[in-house]
Unconditional design. Sequence first.
Length: 366
Amino acid sequence: MQSILRVVLFIAVGAVTSATLQAADDVEGSARAIHDRVFTIDTHSDIDLNFATSEYMPANHADAQATLDNMELGGLGGAFFIVYVGQAQRTPENYLKARADALAKFDAIHRMAALYPDRVGLATTAAEARAIHAAGKRVAMIGIENGFVMGKDLSVLADFRARGARYMTLVHNGHNDLGDSAQPRNELGDAGPAEHDGLSPLGEQVVAELNRLGILVDISHVSKQTMLEATKLSKAPVIASHSSVNGVFVHPRNMDDEQLAALKENGGVIQLVAFNTYLKQGGKATVSELVDHLDYAVGKVGIDHVGISSDFGGGGGITGWNNAGETFNVTLELVKRGYSEVDIGKIWSGNVLRILEQAEQVAAGR
């Protein structure tokens, strides 16, 4: 009798295991089909100054997290490649150096598109991004990180727009002439958490000029007061291009519930970022922990105000999404959490393309 019971138990356990494996296969198959259909955009991927040169080929540079090869492998449809210049002392010489470095990165992104015309296209509007994606190519868009690159000269913003800029982060680590940073730097002379108590008068002018040009105001890296003022002032939706939420893990770079409410009222989007130290305390974060932050934001502001970013090349990368070749793992986790294909399409690109279009409409006076 005991032998018969063991056989029955063995068969039952085997049947449960088989059913579980089949269910897992079904979820993964469904997720892969969705991943193949939706347009996936990573809104923050940093580049080096030697990008798109013989030293750093964008197709397959060995040390890069986001190459054309692994974007194609991972089904990542597009990315905002970032014109980033770090904060320095605010001197005429440093302003000139920052602008020169910024222009070099603009040129590098354009050079990538020229080097691989059959694989990637540079988009300067939401419509162009959709058309390039429909043609089966990767989409490159441009974001500026740190308003320090403009110095005190508003006129350069029109040149940046002509070169393809679609968002500009007002501040980086350390206060600048536009506003206060979430992370002041003593070595740059930042005497405390606030220099301007939010946006400076020049910063207010910059928000208006970005609206006029159709460039999204990026409120990642800025202090809470700077964020709230910029969000209230902007006539177009704002973007937090690479941030996470204090409701899951408290960090100076993350947004609290008051900020999330202001973002929703403005119509903007927070792009939850795959950056270990913004997601958890200590150790390597996981895709599941990234989506915990997204779940929280959805619960507070709704599915129309969230997105995804990596910060590859700038310190980003987590277990399961450490390079663009692993992008599918994010979609798989979203499917496991019960997000529909419509939801996933909004998260990956629909929301950010919507606010780009709205910024274009504001610039056109519509």
